[in-house]
Design a protein around this ligand. Structure first.
Ligand code: ADE
Length: 224
């Protein structure tokens, strides 16, 4: 897979993708990641990438011309083009699974008040939000989305089972609480059942705990 991120802040997008599992996935040629500076496609003396809103309003908007030029240069028949924006569809694990099967993703990062709507009309396949809050720029969101996608590419995680049991592999249930050693930490003990070796009992305990946790932290998932 190849991922091209278009942003005014390539370093922000790349930093979280340059360590640990995602670094190893790149070394193993499972994914190629490129972060491009949108300014490289801006023309004129000042290489302007933004401008005032038509009709008035606070802030600046990314101009269409450099974005059209960037996407014309980077896209192929196989590209899926995503825009990071708080106005987008909420990003979910099932979307990460679908995108992890694509050959080429282009992730365009919004900045300031966003992008000229003609970009969305003509170039963007999916508008994506990583949550109901506003970040200073979409490069942070692009790194989050890229990370969630890349770790699902077969071979990226050492143990293939590790993403079968985790939260959101069942999209309506969180994971059960987990413990490691020591068995007794300042009087707070690992539940006996987890030390029992009885796998049927352990599975039943995990299911019950997962449900309790979901009820407490994400009751909305159980309404779905
Ligand atoms: N850009 C700014 N805020 C964002 C969000 N919540 N999701 C995606 N892109 C964004």
């Amino acid at each position: 897979m190849r991922i091209d991120i278009i942003t005014l802040f390539p370093e922000i997008a790349l930093a979280p993708l340059s360590e640990s599992i995602i670094k190893r996935a790149q070394k193993a040629d499972l994914v190629e990641i490129y972060a491009h500076n949108l300014r490289d496609w801006a023309t004129g003396k000042h290489k302007k990438t933004d401008d005032y809103l038509c009709g008035g309003g606070q802030g600046m908007l990314l101009k269409p011309e450099p974005i059209f030029a960037a996407i014309e240069e980077l896209s192929t028949e196989e590209s899926r083009i995503l825009l990071m924006t708080p106005q987008g569809k909420p990003f979910k694990q099932v979307m990460a699974q679908t995108y992890s099967q694509h050959k080429h993703l282009i992730i365009l990062c919004g900045h300031y008040e966003g992008v000229d709507h003609r970009v969305i009309d003509e170039l963007i396949d999916d508008e994506i939000s990583i949550g109901d809050y506003v970040l200073t720029n979409g490069a942070i969101a692009a790194a989050v989305v890229a990370d969630a996608i890349i770790r699902l590419i077969p071979g990226a995680l050492g143990d293939e089972r590790s993403h079968q049991e985790e939260s959101f592999s069942d999209p309506n249930m969180l994971e059960a609480p987990a413990y490691t050693k020591p068995n007794d930490f300042n009087g707070n003990c690992v539940p006996d059942v987890l030390l029992s070796g009885n796998h049927a009992k352990i599975d039943a305990w995990k299911k019950k705990q997962a449900l309790e946790r979901t009820k407490k932290n994400r009751p909305d998932l159980l309404d779905d």
